[in-house]
Design a protein around this ligand. Structure first.
Ligand SMILES: [Zn+2]
Length: 235
């Protein structure tokens, strides 16, 4: 049976920076990969001042380009405002709908346990909000009645950029592919060489075990409790 990954980000480029190498690894293992990007990323623009509509267009185009490099099946754009993401019923509904549609085995997203506020980038408000919304949507998607559509039980969270990682993925083999993915987001850096150097420096610092790695907090999600599974002794 086809194995499926859904990676959910707050901004275009979050997935590439946080777990792009790991995505290549899973792609090679035969997983179908889907992206969902919550905001349009229109305020993360570093190269030139352009009208908002144009910035949104550029960031969508870059996200689709990166997805194309990786062979992502589909990118879901949730079209929320960059820096103004709100945890609403509407956001959770959209996430549940996507989960029920693509039926992922593994969800990649930000870690809702990240509360260290040690990094102004990593602890970005949009990251904190999408992390909690995804966590709650995974719970809700298991339920038959809360939202339309057949229930779906995700098996694992792979939280990226965690304060307290419990797993390091060896991406040494994929380092150049990962940098190529990030390169698609050309509006986000001025100089390719500095970006590549910065990425390599960070990915070499997580663990001594591997030359380059990405870090995760992996959580296995227990299957939903079903009466029949527990064995009804009254029968
Ligand atoms: Zn971000």
């Amino acid at each position: 049976m086809k194995k499926v990954i859904l990676a959910v980000s707050a901004h275009p480029d979050d997935i590439e920076f946080s777990c792009g190498g790991t995505m290549f690894k899973y792609e090679e293992l035969g997983f179908e990969i889907y992206f969902a990007v919550a905001t349009n990323g229109e305020n993360g623009f570093k190269i030139a001042h352009k009208p908002k509509a144009e910035r949104i267009k550029i960031r969508h185009k870059e996200q689709l380009k990166a997805a194309g490099v990786l062979g992502v099946k589909k990118v879901f754009f949730l079209n929320q405002r960059d820096c103004h993401l709100e945890y609403t019923e509407g956001l959770r509904t959209k996430l549940v709908k996507i989960i029920k549609e693509v039926e992922p085995d593994i969800i990649f997203s930000f870690d809702p346990a990240n509360k260290s506020f040690e990094s102004i980038n990593l602890n970005h408000r949009d990251h904190r909000i999408i992390a909690e919304a995804v966590f709650d949507a995974v719970f809700a998607a298991r339920n038959r009645y809360a939202y339309p559509g057949n229930p779906h039980a995700v098996s694992f969270f792979h939280f990226f950029g965690p304060d307290k990682p419990n797993y390091f993925e060896n991406i040494t083999k994929y380092i150049d592919c990962k940098i190529k993915l990030i390169e698609a987001h050309r509006s986000q850096f001025d100089d390719y060489n500095s970006m590549a150097k910065w990425v390599k420096f960070h990915l070499s610092s997580y663990t001594r075990k591997y030359k380059f790695s990405e870090k995760f907090r992996i959580v296995e999600i227990k299957k939903p409790f079903v009466m029949e599974d527990a064995g009804d002794k009254s029968k």
